[in-house]
Design a protein around this ligand. Structure first.
Ligand code: AMP
Length: 282
């Protein structure tokens, strides 16, 4: 397992693998890896001969008041986890390697990015689409792995690959949770003990929604109202959104009459956490 800092070196290595007829999987991450990331690396290792894990806190996807500076970083710890899960390379470039002076080309998307996280994080998906396109161009993987935890991101990437005819198979992987239900996230490290307990309202609300859908409820307002009531009872929680959207367009729907996504974003203290369920997984 190698830590690689330059685009040239990743390209050289991938070219060598491809000349040997080996398949390549890519797992894009922002580092500070946990078992959620590990599940993606495991999936790539299972499906491909070689796996590249990118480890890059992408400045372009953070808004001016967001947590770019405080985002946790630990490349040595990440390297150990990648090695343990069968990854072959960690690509860990400096921002200046990814965005040279004068950088001025962007990949942007309409419709799907206008709802949910796109509303509260207006520059986020342009940053995500741009960096993921660059990673796809640099690594040219056969397959790329994304978590369902970031459900809108997964939908946006699938759409981008389709719109722009990128010859890469996108694999969505299930949400990995802590034992008590909290979805694993690098941002969970921001929570103090009291907030960590309060954060359970997210997965509890998700379970309320899943339970209602299982029982045949298909009225979106009835489901999201029940979820919001549960979250609002926690004094440390502040709802950003609780919504049910069409999985294909990310636009809100009144009734679950097609594949849908129920997505929530909640501030616990000053930490913004997300969680969701896909109706097709119920
Ligand atoms: P991040 O480092 O937070 O940008 O995440 C990198 C990738 O890991 C994204 O595709 C995430 O959706 C995925 N991921 C993060 N947390 C989890 C989790 N708890 N379960 C599954 N995938 C996850």
């Amino acid at each position: 397992m190698k830590i690689v800092k330059t685009i040239d070196e990743v390209r050289r290595q991938v070219k060598e693998w491809k000349s040997q007829g080996l398949s390549v999987g890519l797992v894009p991450t922002m580092g500070y890896l946990h078992e959620g990331h590990a599940s993606l690396i495991d999936a790539s290792h299972r499906d491909n001969d070689r796996t590249v894990v990118s480890d890059f806190v992408n400045p372009m996807q953070f808004g001016p008041t967001e947590d770019l500076e405080s985002y946790p970083r630990d490349i040595e710890r990440d390297a150990a986890l990648v090695e343990e899960h069968g990854g072959d390379i960690i690509f860990n470039p400096e921002p200046s390697e990814m965005y040279h002076e004068g950088f001025s080309s962007f990949v942007d998307m309409d419709v799907l990015t206008k709802e949910l996280c796109g509303l509260s994080r207006p520059v986020h998906f342009r940053g995500v689409c741009t960096v993921v396109s660059k990673l796809f161009n640099i690594v040219q993987p056969d397959r790329a792995y994304f978590g369902k935890k970031d459900a809108q991101q997964l939908a946006v990437i699938r759409h981008m690959v389709d719109d722009l005819n990128m010859d890469i198979e996108i694999i969505g992987c299930p949400i990995v949770r802590e034992e008590d239900g909290l979805a694993k996230s690098s941002r969970n490290t921001y929570l103090n003990a009291e907030e960590r307990k309060a954060a359970l309202v997210l997965s509890q609300a998700i379970n309320i929604g899943i339970g209602m859908v299982r029982n045949g409820e298909n009225d979106c307002a009835a489901i999201t109202d029940a979820m919001k009531r549960h979250i609002s009872a926690e004094p440390l929680a502040k709802i950003d959104y609780v919504k049910i959207v069409d999985l294909a367009t990310m636009q809100q729907i009144p009734v679950i009459d097609r594949p849908a996504l129920c997505a929530i974003a909640v501030y616990i203290g000053s930490t913004r956490l997300i969680d969701n369920f896909f109706t097709e997984d119920i």
